[in-house]
Design a protein around this ligand. Structure first.
Ligand SMILES: [Cu+2]
Length: 140
C-alpha cells in the first residue's frame, strides 16, 4: 500500500515537470570594478512547454534587477528597459552581451570573480525559478 502511493506521487510530479518546464543554462554575471553601481547578467532560458514570458526579476545583489535590450539608433547602441522577454513554445531565449540582458541597478557590492549572485525569475505561466549565478571576468 505504501509503495503504490509513493509511485503515484512520483508520476504526478514528473507529469507536471514534463508539461511545463523551463530551465536556465550558461548563466554568468559580469565582474565589475570597485564602485560600480550597475552590473549585467547573461543566461539562456530553455522552454520545453507552451509559450511563456519572463515578466519580473529579483536579486540579492542589487536594489533592482531589470530586463534590458540593446537598440541601434542613429548609429549608436543604447540600452533600454523592456517589460517582458518572450519565451517561445519549445524554444529558447538567449541573453548575451550586445543583446538582451539582466541589468542590476544599485549594486550592494562589487561583483568579484568567484562570487555568486541569486537571481529569481518570474514568468507569466511557469512557477518562479531561483538560480545561483557565478560572477566571471567579462574580458575572457
Ligand atoms: Cu542594460
Amino acid at each position: 500500500m505504501k509503495k503504490s502511493l509513493l509511485t503515484t506521487a512520483l508520476c504526478f510530479l514528473s507529469n507536471i515537470a514534463l508539461a511545463d518546464h523551463i530551465t536556465v543554462s550558461d548563466a554568468w554575471a559580469r565582474a565589475t570594478p570597485p564602485g560600480a553601481q550597475t552590473g549585467a547578467i547573461y543566461l539562456t532560458l530553455t522552454n520545453q512547454g507552451a509559450a511563456d514570458r519572463l515578466v519580473a526579476l529579483g536579486t540579492d545583489a542589487a536594489r533592482e534587477a531589470q530586463l534590458h535590450t540593446h537598440l541601434h539608433a542613429d548609429g549608436m547602441m543604447r540600452m533600454e528597459q523592456i517589460a517582458a522577454l518572450e519565451l517561445p513554445a519549445n524554444g529558447t531565449a538567449v541573453m548575451a552581451p550586445g543583446g538582451d540582458h539582466v541589468m542590476l541597478i544599485g549594486l550592494k557590492q562589487p561583483l568579484v570573480p568567484g562570487a555568486t549572485v541569486t537571481l529569481t525569475l518570474e514568468f507569466a505561466q511557469h512557477e518562479a525559478l531561483s538560480v545561483s549565478i557565478p560572477v566571471r571576468d567579462g574580458r575572457r
